[in-house]
Design a protein around this ligand. Structure first.
Ligand code: COA
Length: 294
């Protein structure tokens, strides 16, 4: 491109600008991790197209989020406290969703645990904890929701991933998410004959998220363009939500067993820039980080 020509950056749009308002009318979304972050924006987008929702998580602020989501969209939303590591708590949350709405059509496995740690400083328990939240948690949710999702015959299971590229200090999360990718692919094949579709969404650098914030270099001289994006801008949570709306919609009825990367083509740059952001994480001071919970 000639230097005098400005890059053409496509704006982020709301899914209601593209899809009809009522495409999910009468449907029910079960979303773990839906109380905050990207999963909350995904839940809001699905609700704006008419679905009711159950958001599931461990934190007290979940009820406030459910109320705000209802007010913002005009659709019903309930908050259910559960730790996805405990199958009994997950089963209870599913049961309460069925008591309230009578069905579950869509599932988002968004609950995840994350912290930065180099493999040299990661304890076995630290590794196991993230596997238990991300991988086992996804398994528990799929097991508990599957009979209802099968009955709906129009379902999609979606979870967030980050295993496509090697990301420094994320060996535990990447391993956990790679297992989720495999789980989703098998689910798509096994359950396809029952009308179940399963896909994974893989977000790239999304502005304002904990992940990008923690993994970005900080301090004097740090590079604002640490996350180069070929399409010219960082992603927004709405970009990921738009992908979820598409995958849940009938427009994606022949799409299953896929990992949909939503990253403006960043993945193809293979660009975990060296040196890694040591200003964020010094492997020599892992003990300090464990205490600080960075
Ligand atoms: N660096 C290295 N190890 C860490 C760590 C860090 N920043 N944070 C936790 N761990 C380790 C702990 O040391 C412990 O291992 P140990 O017993 O060998 O010391 C293990 O992980 C379990 O931690 P614990 O805090 O007891 O587990 P928990 O179930 O209460 O919480 C998380 C687990 C992942 C939820 C918690 O670490 C956390 O709050 N993370 C930040 C918030 C978050 O994950 N947000 C989601 C963003 S996607």
């Amino acid at each position: 491109m000639s230097p005098s020509r400005k890059a053409h950056v496509l704006p982020v749009v709301d899914s209601t600008a593209v899809f009809k308002d009522d495409i999910f009318k009468g449907k029910v979304l079960f979303c773990t991790g839906g109380g905050s972050g990207i999963c909350r924006v995904m839940t809001q987008a699905v609700m704006r197209h008419g679905a009711s929702a159950a958001i599931v998580g461990r934190k007290a602020r979940l009820s406030i989020a459910a109320k705000e989501l209802s007010e913002a969209t005009g659709s019903a939303c309930i908050a259910l406290k559960a730790d996805v590591r405990d199958p009994k708590q997950v089963q209870t949350a599913v049961q309460r969703t069925i008591e309230k709405y009578g069905r579950i059509d869509f599932v988002i496995n968004g609950a995840a645990g994350n912290f930065l740690a180099p493999i040299s400083g990661l304890s076995e328990n630290g590794f196991r904890t993230v596997i238990e939240i991300d991988t086992l948690g996804t398994y528990h949710v799929i097991k508990a929701t599957l009979p209802h999702v099968q009955a709906s015959r129009d379902p999609t299971s979606t979870s967030l991933t980050m295993s496509c590229i090697g990301t420094p200090y994320q060996v535990h999360v990447s391993a956990a998410k790679a297992a989720v990718d495999a789980l989703s692919a098998v689910l798509a094949v096994e359950q396809g004959p029952h009308g179940v579709r399963s896909n994974v969404i893989a977000p790239g650098p999304i502005a304002g998220t904990e992940g990008v914030d923690r993994l970005s270099p900080k301090g004097p001289g740090s590079d604002e363009n640490y996350w180069p994006v070929p399409t010219g801008r960082k992603g927004e949570s709405q970009d990921v939500a738009n992908a979820a709306v598409f995958l849940f919609s009938d427009a994606a009825s022949f799409i299953s067993g896929q990992v949909l990367v939503v990253d403006g083509a960043s993945e193809h740059l293979r660009a975990a820039a060296l040196p890694y952001p040591q200003s964020v994480l010094d492997p020599a001071s892992v003990q300090h980080l464990i205490k600080a919970r960075l």
